[in-house]
Write a protein that binds this ligand. Structure first.
Ligand code: SF4
Length: 425
């Protein structure tokens, strides 16, 4: 993935220890993000245009029954489509027509591209245009790619949000725009705190109602809730919004600083903010203390998977006392990661991209206490006696905010406790 520079005034630190790798990758594709996006926007539908493999992936990732049609489905490209014998566009139009006649409550329809639809060069942008004309505003049809050819699973959310940006109305009113899906309860708490600071106009992307789109313009300050939204952030900046540079709201330190940077961007007195958040910070630190005792001094290795690796490494190192053996990321956006990188220990080894064989060799030779990795690598490593944590679980769990810091730390102590209980000697 290439990332164009942003005029954001961020000092990008030099990174002498970034190891670039290119080779076989072991990550889920962007279709996986439909699992949390369809819960976020209940009036939207995600129609994957893909193969039976794509349908199996999304159904097993979401843990739903095959016959229960929730808010996503797959328009399956059969052999005739793939061989170019059938007109895939006609088939797609028919599937969409059937779907919308059965589900008239759908307000936004996302056509989600996959590896097979990209291989046969099915133009979903054109399909969306054609369907928008046909349905004339009764449903909005958007498209994005969830293909796994060159991407990792959290980029699915980035692509989905990016597809919504052209629809955002223009307005230069002052507002704080939180970008990235948060658990509803966590988002409510953050909004309440921002209102307490005097920031009254707080909106979210994605919104909870897919048609309730936040406006965008010169008065918008964007605050990224997730560190994997590079493309969306740049699209919003190109529409006049300003990016608030901050670390991400993981852990007590991250959450407090995230709120503080937002408050500063709106000229709120920092003393006032400290008064509001210091009870939260104290409570968070007290709850975190027993987990710190368990994690302190343990060695952790991150294999590249979710894009959450750097903020998690910062939290586990600075607030839980863990030692970082290596921090792998699928791609490194030096600009939106700059505040996080500045807080990592000077000699942290960061690897960008993946060559899974080389990385596994380094895991084996360093034999860390804990490896954070994708599900496909966890079982083989466990069989070799190496303790693992599934990185995807961190995306599905409500881990943002001071009050969640202890829960977040507990996600890392659990596999260590499990391993010590299973130990024979
Ligand atoms: S989009 Fe590609 S990687 Fe994802 S399930 Fe379909 S075929 Fe597999």
């Amino acid at each position: 993935m290439t990332v164009s520079p942003v005029q954001s005034g961020i000092n990008v630190p030099s990174l002498p220890n970034v190891r670039k790798e290119n080779g076989q990758r072991e990550v889920f594709c962007g279709l996986t993000s439909i699992v949390w996006l369809h819960r976020r926007m209940p009036d939207a539908f995600f129609l994957v245009v893909g193969s039976r493999t794509c349908a199996h992936l999304i159904q097993s990732a979401a843990g739903v029954m095959i016959f229960a049609e929730p808010r996503f489905g797959t328009a399956i490209l059969g052999e005739r489509d793939l061989a170019g014998i059938a007109d895939a566009n006609e088939e797609l139009d028919r599937v969409v027509s059937d779907l919308l006649s059965r589900r008239p409550e759908i307000r936004t329809l996302f056509l989600v591209g996959s590896c097979p639809s990209e291989v046969i060069k099915l133009d979903l942008g054109k399909a969306a245009e054609r369907l928008n004309t046909r349905y004339n505003g009764s449903v909005r049809v958007l498209n994005y790619s969830g293909s796994g050819i060159e991407t990792t699973f959290t980029e699915g959310e980035d692509q989905a949000l990016h597809s919504m940006v052209p629809l955002l109305p223009s307005s230069d009113e002052d507002q704080l725009l939180i970008v990235g899906t948060l658990a509803d309860g966590v988002e409510e708490r953050f909004k309440k705190l921002f209102h307490g600071f005097g920031i009254s106009n707080v909106r979210s992307l994605p919104p909870r109602i897919s048609t309730d789109l936040p406006p965008i313009g010169k008065g918008t300050r964007i605050l990224l809730a997730q560190p994997f939204l590079s493309v969306t952030a740049r699209a919003l900046i190109s529409k006049g919004a300003k990016l608030i540079n901050s670390i991400y709201p993981l852990g007590v330190e991250g959450s407090a600083q995230w709120m503080m940077e937002a408050a500063k961007a709106f000229g709120v007195n920092t003393h006032q903010v400290e008064q509001v958040i210091s009870p939260l910070v104290n409570r968070g630190r007290i709850a975190l203390a027993p987990f710190r005792q368990e994690l302190q001094g343990k060695r952790i290795f991150f294999l590249p998977d979710s894009q959450l690796e750097i903020p998690l490494a910062r939290f586990l190192c600075r607030e839980c006392g863990m030692n970082l053996v290596e921090v792998g990321v699928p791609y490194l956006d030096r600009q939106i990661m700059a505040p996080e990188l500045a807080l990592l220990p000077e000699n942290t080894v960061i690897s960008e991209g993946q060559h899974v064989e080389y990385q596994l060799e380094r895991v084996r030779s360093s034999f860390p206490d804990l490896v954070v990795c994708g599900m496909g690598l966890a079982n083989p490593l466990e069989a070799e006696g190496i303790t693992t944590k599934w990185s995807i679980e961190l995306v599905f769990s409500p881990i943002h905010g001071c009050d969640q810091a202890a829960d977040l730390a507990e996600l890392f102590t659990r596999p260590l406790s499990r391993r010590s209980l299973l130990r024979w000697e």
